[in-house]
Design a protein around this ligand. Sequence first.
Ligand code: TYD
Length: 140
Amino acid sequence: MKNATLQKFITHGNQEEGSLIAYEQATGVPFTIQRVYTVFCAQENEERGNHAHRILHQLIFSMRGEIVVHCENQWGEKESFVLNHPEVGLYLGPYVWRTLVYEKDAMIMVLASEPYMESDYIRDYDTFIQERKQVNENSL
Ligand code: TYD
């Protein structure tokens, strides 16, 4: 769905010799990377996220284990994505409310288009609904 899509990257090598994946604009990252962060040591079915961003673009990868990402975009569409391999990233654009459910010991890596800015977060769901209404009206 719009602003929440899976994107596949090329894996070099194989299981015997080891594998390598490069993440950069030339291989498909659709923004300039300004920040990389990781989340790990999650408990079984740990739920994180529960927020949206106003301007941030991100690509989320599972580096270990499986993560389910439940998304709702600016237009009210909902879709869930399963991430379980470093070659498939979930691109998330602005105004996507996301909830990440981690299996035990899962680990993600996130590429982000902006430095960390708390003011870019919408952490309250009702505020998200209000703000997206405003954004949608303004873009008419
Ligand atoms: P948060 O984005 O809420 O994590 P999650 O979506 O996994 O629940 O961030 C958790 C804490 O870490 C919060 O206090 C902000 C801080 N943080 C940074 O300092 N820099 C960062 O780049 C990120 C992503 C978070």
